[in-house]
Each structure stands twice: as structure tokens, then as C-alpha cells.
Ligand binder design. Structure first.
Ligand code: IDP
Length: 141
């Protein structure tokens, strides 16, 4: 396994539920380190740009509206196999299909309001981290 970084977002539903700390505990308990973090109210343009790959999908407008419905907590996570490890911690996109004990099974309400985002590849992780953080804002440790 190699040390990787991945981009994670605690989405507006989970921020509103006041479970940022509980979600960070999942990361830390799995050996992932928070190496950058910021709370942010995304603009429509920022959310559209972040999810540009989904622009043609029927759920795109709902997704953008949801992502700007309240502040999000954005973090870069670092650790062995961080990308897949975070995806495993998150669980399936639809919380109804998410494995027991995953973040989405425990904190998400629906496929729209599904608590967390996590990069799905090394290539996307690099793009997504750079979308929100200058390299000087990421503290490898
Ligand atoms: P992921 O977040 O598990 O990587 P993606 O397929 O990349 O899932 O989709 C991005 C986000 O778009 C999902 O987290 C979810 O919030 C939303 N989404 C995906 N598929 C649907 C759908 O069929 N209906 C509504 N929202 C969806």
C-alpha cells in the first residue's frame, strides 16, 4: 500500500445533524489523518464546477441545490490506501444499500442527502484537493 491523499466532504445534511466530529472519528480510527480542512458555503458556480462530470445527469440540478443548501466541511485525508479506505468507510452511494457500520448507513437519509463525498480515484483526488486547497494549505504529517 502507498500513502495517498483523498478529498472528503461532509455534506450539508451531516453538518446540519452536527455529526462532523463523529465522521472525523471514523477517519481517525481507520488510520486516516486530516491534513487540510475548511468549512465553506459553496457558491452555485463552485458546486457546479466540482460536480462538472455529472453535468449531463438528470440529478445534477438537485445535487447542486443540495450542496449549496448549507455549509460543508471539506478535508484532505492522508494515509495508506486513503482513497479506497475512505470509500469503504463511506459505504454505497445509496444509504439503503450501504453496509452496516458505514458513514452513509449511520448518518445519511437518502441518495440525495448522503452525508459525505470521497474521491473515487487517485487522478480525481489530486484534481479535487487542488479545487479547494492551495498546496500551502495541506499539511502532510
Ligand atoms: P459517490 O458520491 O458515491 O461517488 P456519484 O455517482 O459520484 O456517487 O454521485 C455523486 C453524488 O450525486 C452522490 O453522492 C449523490 O449525492 C448524487 N447522486 C448520484 N446518483 C444519484 C441519483 O440517482 N439520484 C440522486 N442523486 C444521485
Amino acid at each position: 500500500m502507498t500513502i495517498e491523499r483523498t478529498l472528503s466532504i461532509v455534506k450539508p445534511d451531516a453538518v446540519a445533524k452536527n455529526v462532523i466530529g463523529k465522521i472525523y472519528d471514523r477517519f481517525e480510527s481507520a488510520g486516516l489523518k486530516v491534513v487540510a480542512a475548511k468549512m465553506k458555503q459553496l457558491s452555485r458556480a463552485e458546486a457546479e464546477g466540482f460536480y462538472a462530470v455529472h453535468a449531463a445527469r438528470p440529478f445534477f440540478n438537485d445535487l447542486v441545490n443540495f450542496m449549496i443548501s448549507g455549509p460543508v466541511m471539506i478535508q484532505a485525508l492522508e494515509g495508506e490506501g486513503a482513497i479506497l479506505k475512505n470509500r469503504d468507510l463511506m459505504g454505497a452511494t445509496n444509504p439503503k444499500e450501504a453496509a452496516v457500520g458505514t458513514i452513509r448507513a449511520d448518518f445519511a437519509d437518502s441518495i440525495d442527502a448522503n452525508a459525505v463525498h470521497g474521491s473515487d480515484s487517485a487522478e480525481n483526488a489530486a484534481i479535487e484537493i487542488a479545487y479547494f486547497f492551495a498546496s500551502s494549505e495541506v499539511y502532510s504529517r
